[in-house]
Design a protein around this ligand. Structure first.
Ligand SMILES: [Zn+2]
Length: 299
């Protein structure tokens, strides 16, 4: 069942799922659409004077009787305390972080939840716009934001995040990673399931970055796929719309096709972390690829 009044929710796999907007930020439009020319992408994603387009950093909350699971955590806050004063300021400027709109904790409050209520945090990968909210600055040190939660990430992503190559260095920031390890809160996965996460499985891919996991929540009739950076917005459903940020674009196109093919098995909603204009969409086959069928948005 989907409700699209005030708050969007969808019941799937024994959970009620809610989008958790964590704040709009800006990314270079060219980088978001790779080889697609601006004349095409600016129609749907108008850019500011610095060529940045608005991006959401949308987490997903899954509520069951026993668990409150969060998937990804947005950019976070406390940038100057976490990344250093000068670097933090520069970070906020470059990425045009809007701190006046919804934040991770404000969006959780809408469901009468605080950070301490979260039992599990699944991270698609450690890039700062997904894992920035995983830690916070508190009493002079950086600690896990969700102190009662177990965090999950793929081992191959953790390994890459701790020793990033030059191209990815600016995206993997130690302040978002090391405090989770120090607090012994991080479960390092090497498979596509975990016994604590019922009806949840992972699609592990390496085209965007090493060890990225998209999250599938499924029951007999319906499935919801939290795409992460494999398909960051509904516009990226088209096979050749691939980000300049992706490490291996050709591989990503193949991985994207595989995850879109799952829609042929049962009713499938693709949830988009970065789409500023919708939360999720259904897709249909179109010649030798897929296109958006219907978009859903809580606003
Ligand atoms: Zn990423």
């Amino acid at each position: 069942m989907i409700q699209t009044n005030q708050t969007l929710s969808i019941d799937v796999g024994g959970y009620t799922a809610h989008p958790i907007p964590t704040g709009i930020f800006g990314l270079d439009g060219g980088a978001m659409f790779g080889t697609v020319p601006k004349v095409l992408w600016q129609k749907t994603n108008p850019a500011d004077e610095l060529n940045r387009i608005p991006m959401e950093a949308r987490a997903l909350l899954l509520i069951s009787k026993d668990q409150k699971i969060l998937i990804d955590t947005g950019n976070g806050a406390d940038f100057q305390e976490k990344y250093g004063e000068a670097a933090g300021k520069k970070f906020q400027e470059i990425y045009s972080i809007d701190e006046n709109g919804p934040t991770l904790l404000k969006s959780l409050n809408k469901y009468n939840l605080t950070a301490d209520d979260i039992t599990d945090v699944i991270l698609t990968h450690f890039h700062f716009d997904h894992a920035g909210g995983a830690t916070k600055f508190d009493n002079g040190k950086i600690v896990p934001t969700f102190k009662n939660a177990t965090y999950y990430v793929q081992g191959s992503n953790l390994k890459n995040a701790l020793n990033p190559n030059k191209r990815e260095k600016a995206s993997y920031l130690k302040a978002n990673i090391e405090p989770l390890i120090e607090a012994k809160k991080l479960v390092i996965l090497d498979s596509n399931r975990h016994p604590h996460l019922k009806n949840i499985s992972f699609h592990i891919s390496h085209g965007h970055t090493e060890g990225h996991q998209s999250v599938q929540i499924a029951d007999d009739d319906t499935q919801l796929i939290y795409c992460g950076d494999l398909i960051p917005t509904s516009t990226h459903v088209r096979s050749s719309w691939v980000m300049g940020y992706d490490l291996h674009p050709g591989q990503l196109m193949e991985e994207k096709k595989q995850i879109l093919q799952i829609s042929q098995n049962k009713k499938t909603y693709y949830f988009f972390e970065h789409d500023p204009y919708c939360d999720m969409a259904t897709v249909i086959p179109d010649k030798d690829e897929f296109k958006v069928e219907e978009r859903y948005w809580m606003k």
